[in-house]
Design a binder for this molecule. Structure first.
Ligand SMILES: [Zn+2]
Length: 233
């Protein structure tokens, strides 16, 4: 009986040790992934700042909360990326798309154009015209830093919901935003559409499908102003 008690105690002790090892391992792995995510955001964010010669200081913070958003804070010029949104991003181009948009808000904040808190998703208080501007300047920032700007359309197509009404929202409706980005790339950086590395991407294909009518109108407008007719994907 006594021996049984000792064996039982030993067994319990070993189980506790095992459980705590498992716990430490899991925590370590989680920390590793947080560190890796922060490093990746820093690397891409600073690459965008440096490649575009942005002389104002901005830092980046990876926040482990599940919120699907990223935002730029006027009070300390910090750009925060939440894990909920980060986990939806599948390439450096896509991470760059989110950061480039927020960096654009941050630059405006330094120039005194904006105050407050500006997000990519749409819960913040920013007039629509600043959102279109942040998207387009974000495209410029991406190209200058060597990222493919079509990824901005891909991210929105994949992860940004389509609100039912536009009028009450602080951010423009997603389909309108993607179309404006598409037109901007078409006019300024057509090479990314001629040789479109995202043409087989399902999220980009869904953009092509859902923007068919708007793209046809845009194409007509372009053709009426030029003799060469080109159809980019
Ligand atoms: Zn924004």
């Amino acid at each position: 009986m006594k021996r049984f008690g000792v064996v039982f105690l030993l067994f319990t002790f070993l189980s506790i040790c095992n459980a705590s090892y498992a716990f430490v391992d899991k925590e370590f792995v989680n920390n590793q992934s947080v560190i890796e995510s922060q490093n990746r955001i820093d690397r891409i964010g600073f690459n965008i700042l440096n490649s575009n010669g942005i002389e104002k200081r901005t830092v980046f913070d990876f926040d482990v909360s599940k919120t699907k958003n990223a935002y730029s804070r006027h009070s300390d010029r910090q750009i925060v990326m939440y894990r909920g949104l980060y986990n939806r991003l599948s390439s450096d181009d896509e991470v760059a798309a989110i950061l480039a948009h927020e960096i654009s808000h941050s630059v405006d904040s330094y120039n005194g154009v904006l105050r407050g808190y500006f997000s990519i998703w749409g819960y913040a208080f920013s007039p629509k015209k600043y959102e279109y501007k942040a998207d387009k300047r974000g495209v410029d920032f991406m190209v200058n830093a060597g990222y493919n700007p079509v990824a901005m359309i891909v991210v929105m197509s994949k992860a940004f919901p389509q609100k039912r009404y536009d009028w009450y929202s602080t951010h423009p409706i997603t389909s309108r935003r993607m179309m404006e980005i598409y037109e901007y790339i078409y006019k300024k950086y057509p090479e990314y559409l001629v040789n479109n590395k995202y043409k087989d991407n399902p999220f980009y294909q869904n953009f092509l499908l859902t923007s068919k009518e708007n793209r046809a109108k845009f194409q007509k407008k372009i053709e009426s102003g030029s003799k060469n007719s080109v159809h980019y994907l």
